[in-house]
Structures are given as C-alpha cells and as structure tokens.
Design a binder for this molecule. Structure first.
Ligand code: SDX
Length: 392
C-alpha cells in the first residue's frame, strides 16, 4: 500500500538533504559559508578563496590557493569549436540562453559523469569548469557587441581577468580599475551559495541521476534564469527604469504590487527564507553607494531604488508579509555602474553561484544520495475504455 504522501507546493516545508556547506537563519538574517559569516568573507576573502572554501570545506592555505588558481588558469582555454558556436548566435540572443547553450556545448566535450570515488577526477572537472566558465561569460558579453573574443591574461587575478576578457578593446590599452575588480569580487562572493534555492536544487536533482557536472550546471543556469529567482536582478532594473519613465511614481508601483488582480510583484523584494533583511542586500546597498561614488556616477535609478525601499519598509502590506529587499534589489545598480548590460545581470549571478553549485553537486554525489524522484497525488480521470476516432 502507498505510504502517506503529503503535497508541499514549492517545497516550502520540505527539507531535501543534509548539507554542511551553507547556513541561513531567515529570522535573524544570518548567512554563513562553512561557518564563516558572509560579512567577514565579503570584506576579507577573495572570490577564489571562497570558491575553494565552499567546495572543499576549508579556507585554502597560501600553497593550496596558488595551486588552485594555477590549475584553473591551466584550464582557461575553451575548445575553438565552442568559439564557433558563439559566432552562430545573433547579437540579439539573450545572454542567459547563450551561456546555457555554451555550457551544454562544454557538456558535449565532457559527457561522462565524474568518477566521484576519485578525488583527482573530481578536482580535474572542478578546475576545468572554473577555468572555462568565465571565458564563456566574457565571450557572451563580447558577442553582444560584435567584439573579437578575447582570452584575457593569465598573469592577472581571477576576477581581474574576467573584467579584462569582457571589457578590453582591440588596439586600445586596457586600464584595470581596482574599484571594479573589488566590487565584482565582492558581488561574486555574495552570490556564491545559498543552500537549497531553486537553481541549486535543480543542480542537485539533475546530478542525482548521475548526469555529469557540466550537464547539471547547465540545468542550474536555466532554473536561475527565471524572474522569480536569479532573473530578478534584471527585472529590478527594468522595473526601476519603468518607474523613472513614469516620473518616479513609486506609489503607483507599490499599489500594483499589492493588487491581487495584478500579477506584478515588486522585484527584488521578498524571500522564501529571509523574513528580515537579506544580509547580502545590506552589504550590496553599501557597496552600490561606494562604487558609484568612486566611479563618479550619478545614477537617478539608485535614488529611485532607495525611495522605493523606504516606502516598502513603511508599508503595512509589506511589513505584514515580511517583504524586505533581497540580494537582487541593489546588485543590478552596481553591474550597471560597471557598464554591464541589464540582460547580462543574471549571467553575472551564475558566475558567482558556480562554486556553490559545484560544492552542492559534489556533496550530493559524495553522500551517495539516491536519484531524486518525488511522488504525487493523482487527481485525474478514473479508468475508462478507449473510444475509436469515429465515435468521438
Ligand atoms: C533569489 O531561494 C533563494 O535563496 C533565492 C536567492 C538565492 O540566492 O539563490 O536568494 C536568490 O531568487 C532572491 C529572490 C528574487 N526574486 C524576486 O525578487 C522576485 C520577487 N519576489 C517574489 O516573487 C517572492 O518574494 C519570492 C519568489 C522571492 C518568494 O516567494 P514565496 O516564498 O513563494 O512567497 P509567496 O509567493 O508565497 O508570497 C507570500 C506573500 C503573498 O501574498 P499573500 O498571498 O500571502 O497575500 O507575499 C506576497 C505574495 O503575494 N509577495 C509579494 C512579493 N513577494 C511575495 N508581493 C509583492 N511583491 C513581492 N515581491
């Protein structure tokens, strides 16, 4: 006989696994990677150290860190056949579609599932994707502007090289901006993992069939794309632009967000777990002020964002539902200040989340978790005989 099956839409009250990677406390607004607070990591670590910490469980020693970076650099060449695929995309192709397709193409080059019993095999797959994914991101950006695809410079830091691969111009001297490097490094750290969110759960369940790491990541990229999830950072900027075009009428958008007949939601607000301020939003809001001030950028969109936040924090509907700004509310403002186009924001989210997806996939496989296969409660037609076509 069937055991008791409980339906839990969106798995709001369902735990899918035990994990030692990331700890969230939604009531207190706490986020820790392997026990270290996000506030300390964002201030004191760099993105590659945090990637190592998430994946292997400890902050790397200097020697481990150097080896990790060198092994990643050794993998930062992408097969030229993949580059030809980039050229096949129209410039108007959505960057998330391009980067998901290119990651799937890499899967064709790495079809087999990793032998998880071999730490060496697993390590090789990990440094391979960490080396190649930033190239795919940079190529996606350059395709959009018809720029030659650049391989960057392995003498640079990991994040420095990403910015160079994206923004260097042919026959022009590229001047690295420490402000942008530090801002992107911090943003990527803040996005690096977030326990069992939608896209991470997608990576884990895809990997539970023993699909390869690259195939599981490509599935995660597609799940992240949705505007209710990682796609929210793009949707926030589009919303703020619409408000700006509407004479900054934030009250109209607040009313729309509360109107049950209107599907519009205030993008960048609310969270399944955080019922208090998203700790990442606090850090990003402060960083947005600093980056724009350092870049000497006056962005009216930032003022509209702050006005909207103030209104929402004082609005009873939002207070009753514990709707606070989340990680996506301010991140787009920094990306925009860095010259990254709106439809590339979720690609930058994927770049940050990559180490978290890898860490979670590795943990699921090392824990030998069974294939994810939930049950259902059937509510369809009862048994009935076939009706021939001429009798229908
Ligand atoms: C990310 O899970 C993660 O950790 C994700 C993430 C990560 O790092 O991986 O943190 C990244 O995805 C952040 C969230 C980005 N998404 C958005 O900003 C889109 C707007 N936010 C909402 O769609 C919503 O808040 C979610 C999707 C984030 C959470 O949805 P839930 O937990 O399913 O909550 P719900 O839809 O059941 O809403 C509860 C109530 C409802 O009202 P009532 O039916 O109770 O009257 O709150 C309302 C909702 O209508 N509500 C909103 C709202 N969010 C929820 N109303 C207006 N605007 C909003 N943004």
């Amino acid at each position: 006989s069937e055991g008791v099956i409980t339906i839990d839409p969106g798995y709001k009250n369902t735990g899918s696994c035990e994990s030692a990677i990331t700890f969230l406390d939604g009531e207190k607004g706490i986020l820790r990677y392997r026990g270290y607070s996000i506030e300390e990591l964002a201030e004191k670590a760099d993105f590659l150290e945090v990637a190592y910490l998430l994946i292997f469980g400890e902050l790397p020693t200097k020697e481990q860190n150097d080896k990790f970076h060198n092994d990643i650099k050794a993998q930062s060449i992408v097969d030229d056949d993949v580059r030809k695929i980039v050229d096949a995309f129209p410039k108007t192709a959505h960057p998330m579609g391009v980067v998901a397709s290119l990651t799937s193409a890499l899967t064709a080059f790495n079809p087999s599932s990793v032998n998880v019993n071999s730490e060496e095999d697993m390590y090789k797959a990990i440094v391979k994707i960490l080396g190649k994914f930033p190239v795919l991101v940079a190529w996606t950006y350059r395709r959009k502007f018809g720029l030659p695809l650049d391989y960057g410079d392995n003498s640079l830091g990991y994040v420095e090289n990403i910015l160079k691969m994206m923004f260097s111009q042919p026959n022009a001297c590229y001047v690295q901006s420490k402000i942008l490097v530090d801002a992107l490094d911090k943003l990527l750290i803040l996005h690096a993992d977030h326990e069992q969110n939608c896209s991470t759960s997608t990576v884990r369940i895809t990997g539970s069939s023993h699909a390869g790491l690259f195939a599981s990541l490509s599935a995660g990229i597609s799940a992240l794309w949705g505007p209710l999830h990682g796609g929210a950072n793009q949707a926030v900027l589009e919303m703020l632009e619409a408000i700006k075009a509407d004479d900054g009428d934030t009250k109209k958008y607040m009313a729309k967000a509360k109107d049950k007949d209107d599907p519009f939601r205030l993008m960048g607000f609310g969270h399944r777990v955080y019922k208090n301020f998203d700790p990442r939003a606090k850090i990003i809001k402060k960083a947005a002020d600093e980056v724009l001030a350092n870049l000497g950028v006056e962005d009216p969109i930032l003022d509209i964002a702050k006005g909207l936040e103030k209104e929402a924090l004082e609005d009873q509907y939002f207070v009753d539902r514990k709707l606070y700004p989340n990680v996506d509310f301010y991140s787009g403002i920094i990306y925009r200040g860095m010259g990254i186009p709106t439809d590339m924001f979720t690609v930058m989210f994927a770049l940050g989340r990559l180490p978290g997806w890898i860490a979670q996939w590795r943990e699921m496989r090392l824990n030998k978790e069974p294939i994810g296969r939930p049950r259902q409660i059937y509510v369809g037609a009862t048994h009935r005989p076939f009706v021939p076509l001429d009798k229908r």
